[in-house]
Design a protein around this ligand. Structure first.
Ligand code: SF4
Length: 71
């Protein structure tokens, strides 16, 4: 399964906790908003990071993150 991470920019307020929980994929920009390290719009989540990604999704206070199967 190819899992990708989507950020709903209409919900995200730059809280930034997702980047702390998933630093391998996300960092924060100068305004505190998450930025994808690879530059991809919806980055591919490696198998080894799926659990951490799910944790980030569940802990986003604004439910702005979701994982989807892109295979
Ligand atoms: S945790 Fe959610 S609201 Fe906060 S920066 Fe990440 S996506 Fe945006």
């Amino acid at each position: 399964m190819a899992t990708r991470l989507h950020i709903d920019w209409t919900r995200c307020d730059g809280h930034g906790s997702c980047a702390e929980l998933l630093p391998e994929l996300l960092t924060v920009d100068d305004f505190g908003f998450p930025a994808v390290r690879t530059g991809d719009r919806d980055p591919l989540v490696p198998d080894r990071l799926e659990e951490a990604a799910l944790h980030a999704v569940r802990n986003c206070p604004l439910m702005a993150l979701r994982l989807y199967d892109a295979s």
